[in-house]
Design a binder for this molecule. Structure first.
Ligand code: DQA
Length: 140
């Protein structure tokens, strides 16, 4: 089974960035934990700060992978184009946010991604990625 994890802008700074909100762990360290937990899954990880690169990757993997775990970060709230890319592909997408976007600023309550995704997880920290993988695994 092939699952992609795609992270949007500024998530390359996890562990350094607003640690009171996003925690102290760099994503690469967490990815290692996920890889060890789901040994049978072939993971592909991609992060970009650039909207078009995220869309290219969603399109490229979306007809080949069994599922995508996507944290579009700030683009969640602005990008109609990422929402359209999710609607265009075959692979189910689970939207993940580390923080509880509904308990923060008003603008974070809007997601262009939720309505196109199989489901959304927010506010459960990095654990949300694991839960998303478990859901995708359950579809097989
Ligand atoms: C985030 C929430 C977004 O509102 C924010 O712009 C991010 C991270 C999260 O994982 O909690 O960069 O997607």
């Amino acid at each position: 089974m092939k699952i992609a994890i795609i992270n949007g802008p500024n998530l390359n700074l996890l562990g350094k960035r607003e640690t009171d909100i996003y925690g102290n762990m760099p994503f690469e360290a967490y990815l290692q934990i996920i890889r060890e937990k789901f040994l049978d899954i072939d993971f592909h990880y991609f992060q970009s700060n650039i909207e078009g690169e995220l869309i290219n990757e969603i399109q490229r993997l979306g007809f080949e992978f069994d599922g995508i775990v996507l944290n579009p970060a700030g683009y969640t709230h602005t990008s109609v184009a990422i929402g359209d890319a999710i609607a265009a592909i075959k692979a189910p997408v689970v939207e993940v946010h580390i923080s509880n976007v509904h308990a923060r600023e008003e603008f974070r309550k809007l997601s262009h991604v939720s309505g196109k995704s199989a489901g959304s997880i927010f506010g459960l920290g990095l654990k949300g990625y694991e839960l998303a993988v478990e859901y995708l695994l359950s579809l097989k």
